[in-house]
Design a protein around this ligand. Structure first.
Ligand code: ADP
Ligand SMILES: Cc1cn([C@H]2C[C@H](O)[C@@H](COP(=O)(O)O)O2)c(=O)[nH]c1=O
Ligand code: ZN
Length: 199
């Protein structure tokens, strides 16, 4: 990846649609930091209790231990004095207050890796992601595969009926779709395909 600077902190943002691999990439980066003998702490918003109350878990079942927090500022109180790398998953669930928290950590010299949805189910920018992307040193955008047509997918189709912006869920509530197949209003899900591998 990048040639990281020494002696200063920085912010990395991993964004994209649901199922695009944001959490897998976050776990990969924190795992490599652990191999590098760095002291790492991972946080997530407590509201994300989808697969586990405490661990961060990807749709493919990779997992890493984390500390769930109610509000972004709580990260300061939970931070160990020797922590060098902070990972934050589902960062879109924190308000814009998370931007100041992440900046303060980076200014203190920490590497901060944030993963989150850049668009809501209607395809609108999901605050605070635009603000985080603006102040980050590194931004990576992941893409899933559209379940309707097989093209790269940058949107998350809601397939349960709700007009609330925040509805925690996974498969059964959302599916990844490309811009051609996505519709901003909740709609019926695509029949699941069986995974067929050829030899
Ligand atoms: N349509 C899809 N496109 C891509 N990956 C998918 C799809 N459906 C399920 N997956 C699974 O989701 C995994 C990514 O999970 P995860 O890292 O939790 O994504 P995100 O955090 O972006 O929602 C993929 O490696 C794959 O196993
Ligand atoms: C599009 C959209 C998603 N959510 C929720 C659904 C999930 O709980 C998370 C995203 O998880 P992932 O790791 O990216 O798969 O966000 C929401 O509340 N509102 C939305 O518009
Ligand atoms: Zn499509």
């Amino acid at each position: 990846m990048h040639q990281f600077p020494k002696d200063i902190g920085w912010i990395e943002v991993i964004c994209g649609s649901m199922f695009s691999g944001k959490t897998e990439e976050l776990i990969r980066r924190v795992q490599r930091a652990v191999y590098g003998k760095q002291k790492v702490q991972v946080f997530k918003p407590r509201i994300d209790n989808r697969y586990d109350e405490t661990s961060v878990v990807s749709h493919s079942k990779l997992r890493v231990t984390s500390t769930p927090v109610e509000r972004a500022e709580e990260i300061f109180y939970r931070l160990a004095p020797d922590t060098q790398v902070v990972g934050i998953d589902e960062v879109q669930f924190f308000g814009t207050e998370v931007v100041a928290v992440v900046e303060a950590l980076a200014n203190k010299g920490l590497r901060v890796i944030c993963a989150g949805l850049d668009q809501d189910y209607q395809g609108r920018p999901f605050e605070p992601m635009p603000q985080l992307m603006a102040v980050a040193e590194y931004v990576t955008k992941e893409l899933a595969i559209c379940v309707v047509c097989g093209n790269p997918a940058n949107r998350s189709q809601r397939i349960v009926s709700s007009g609330e912006r925040v509805v925690v869920g996974a498969a059964g509530a959302y599916e990844p779709r490309c811009r051609k197949c996505h519709v901003p209003e909740p709609s019926e899900g695509t029949p699941p395909q069986t995974l067929e591998l050829f030899d």
